[in-house]
Design a protein around this ligand. Structure first.
Ligand code: GDP
Ligand code: MG
Length: 441
């Protein structure tokens, strides 16, 4: 995976502490390959990597992350931003029914989406009407009727007298019906072809002009890979669209189409379709898509957690104290709190290179343990916390009573604290580096 490759390329750079052009180039090479693997189109890959290079060059160095992690973070942040940051809402009409028109190639998932969107809107309190303006395939109307029934949403289908054989008339009469029956949203399903052709595009344009949509959603099969760009361009230049829906994200596709389409058209992705069932549908999340495209969710989680728990000022103070041999139980407690915020210790240590030694020592570390340690330390007086040497037998049994633990547990904690203190003080004097874990760098 990308994360392995990047971790590997930075094995020898640990502790170097600054991003060089060579670091950036190494990582960008890997990112480029990952994006191409994810089926991002070449122009989009180029635009993206050059943007990342700029950002990485000007980046402030982070004490929490090694160079590889830092570039990954920049890549991830940039990708999220390009994919659209937080999700845009559907635009609703100020008065009268909101018209949502669906466009896209045959098989992209338009008709299925009509049902998904209809159900989703109905559950949000709207009263949608589905309009069957795909008269191209023999079963298209029937398919929408079946889906509408499943979704609990009425379907406007052509009948003698209201536009049989004329998709534009069906759309027009559907909208008129929605107005008279007080539906607040109209979803117009349209025909697609396997490839883009002029006749189909003209039909879409005619439907568009007949109903004046508030949103035209371009439905794109995430599996079509590199072709996404050409198809998106054809629809942009033809009927045009205001939003993108990525379908079939339940498949293997890593979703590079999202980045391609966004880069080429600038139009945001609004929804993601993730299966054949009507419930397999969600708002598009740029951050999830970024992890999917980069195929490195684990590293990103780690980076996020490290950053959250990391407080540079604290770490500096801690390092000074360690150097002077002044590390106290209060400091220990603070550190445990930070470690706890980093989530599952073992998982985290497994993700960090070179942490095997510490991982073994902390193998028995769990959250309840931290709760107990916290209770014990909180039952100590400030003088005791500052200097464990004064903890005689009667103090220890008072602390055990106060914290609801036993003297044995108090003794265990004191012992472990002294061990940790020795270990960390020796590291602070230049022992093995623990870069990456807060307070241990
Ligand atoms: P249309 O030609 O654009 O209207 O596409 P359809 O809605 O008829 O979908 C084509 C096929 O893709 C159908 O078999 C759908 O069940 C299937 N499909 C649609 N969306 C998804 C999806 O998100 N995931 C999966 N796995 N299949 C989908
Ligand atoms: Mg269809």
């Amino acid at each position: 995976t990308l994360s392995d490759r990047i971790t590997d390329s930075f094995k020898n750079l640990k502790g170097k502490g600054r991003l060089t052009d060579a670091d950036i180039d190494t990582t960008i090479g890997e990112i480029r390959r990952a994006l191409l693997d994810a089926d991002v189109a070449l122009p989009a890959v180029r635009a993206f990597t050059s943007q990342v290079r700029e950002k990485a060059r000007g980046a402030e160095l982070s004490a929490a992350l090694n160079p590889g992690q830092q570039i990954i973070k920049i890549v991830n942040d940039e990708l999220i931003q390009i994919l659209g940051g937080s999700t845009r809402e559907l635009h609703f009409a100020k008065s009268g029914p909101t018209v949502i028109m669906l466009a896209g190639l045959q098989g992209a998932g338009k008709t299925t989406l009509a049902g998904k969107l209809g159900k989703w809107l109905r559950e949000a309190g709207h009263t949608p009407l589905l309009v069957a303006s795909d008269l191209q395939r023999p079963n298209a109307v029937m398919q929408l009727q079946v889906i509408g029934e499943q979704a609990g949403v009425p379907v406007w289908a052509p009948e003698p007298g209201n536009g049989v054989g004329n998709p534009v008339e069906v759309a027009r009469s559907g909208l008129a019906t929605a107005k008279s029956r007080l539906h607040d949203v109209v979803i117009v399903d349209t025909a697609g072809r396997l490839g883009v052709d002029e006749e189909m595009m003209q039909q879409a344009i005619d439907i568009r002009d007949a109903v004046n949509p508030d949103e035209i959603l371009f439905v794109l099969d995430a599996m079509i890979g590199q072709d996404a760009v050409h198809t998106a361009e054809a629809f942009r230049d033809g009927v045009g669209f205001t939003g993108v829906v990525l379908s079939k994200l339940d498949g293997d596709a890593r979703g590079g189409a999202a980045l391609s389409v966004r880069t080429v058209t600038g139009v945001p992705v609004l929804f993601a379709s993730t299966g054949e069932k009507l419930g397999d549908f969600e708002r598009f999340h740029a951050d999830r898509m970024a992890s999917r495209i980069l195929d490195m969710g684990d590293v990103l989680t780690l980076i996020e957690q490290a950053e959250k728990a990391f407080d540079e000022g604290e770490v500096e103070k801690m390092a000074e104290k360690l150097g002077r041999g002044e590390f106290t139980l209060d400091d220990f407690l603070k550190q445990l709190g930070q470690l706890r915020r980093m989530g599952s210790m073992k998982k985290m240590l497994g993700m960090l290179p070179g942490m095997g030694q510490l991982r073994d020592q902390l193998d028995n570390f769990d959250d309840r343990e931290v709760d107990r340690i916290e209770a014990i330390v909180r039952s100590m007086t400030p003088a005791e916390r500052a200097n464990v040497k004064i903890l005689n037998g009667s103090r220890r049994s008072r602390i055990a009573r106060g914290s609801g633990t036993t003297v044995t547990e108090v003794n265990g904690l004191v012992e472990r604290f002294l061990q940790a203190k020795t270990m960390m003080e020796s590291m602070a004097r230049g022992g093995p580096s623990m870069g990456g874990v807060p307070g241990m760098g």
